[in-house]
Ligand binder design. Sequence first.
Ligand SMILES: *Cc1c(COP(=O)(O)O)cnc(C)c1O
Length: 220
Amino acid sequence: MSISDHIKDIKNELSQDIILIAVSKTRSVSEMQEAYECGIRDFGENKVQELITKYDKLPNIRWHFIGNLQKNKVKYLVDKVYLIHSLDSIRLLKEIEKQYKKKDKIAQVLIEINIGEETSKGGIILSELQELINAVEICSNVKVKGLMAIIPKGSEEECRYYFKSMKSIWDRLSNESYKNIEMKYLSMGMTNDYKLAIEEGANTIRIGEGIFGKRIYRRE
Ligand SMILES: *Cc1c(COP(=O)(O)O)cnc(C)c1O
């Protein structure tokens, strides 16, 4: 099946209010163009350099930065990405605030939560969330627009458990009125589990292989 077949199949079963992000890491610009022609406008990248290289070649796109973000690379994303999905520390928050302030821009970010508390993964652990929220409240150039998670691999039951946990945090924060924090996006669900994620409350899903086919990582 082609990229456009995949997209049509996925879109057919998605309701209008779900944002579909095509995760285009490792994919060529022409593969991305094929997705663009099927109406995809949201693309996700996990490497700053790769995003910047593609940025100039593809206009009219909403770029999502979904990878682990190193502090020294924040400056390259200013005014280029619609949403940074991976805010997970106060140190990173301070750098985003600093770089966006310099250029008089506002950063829209999601707080990434390491909901499975896996050491191999990014995201903030729950016990540190409140401290991060307090730090966001005193920012002037950062707006939190929701939450993101990459859940641990597991059975359907386990996946649902983590998605539900995320939804309940998102609901709880939706009922608070913290400065600079609004719960608009709940970004969770990838190729293998996006249907479960939507059933449990995701409104933003990130699909790579389900659109572009299996990724092949070349050695550099
Ligand atoms: C690669 C990636 C995805 C997409 O994963 P697939 O299994 O290819 O759908 C989603 N989110 C993040 C953060 C990723 O790095």
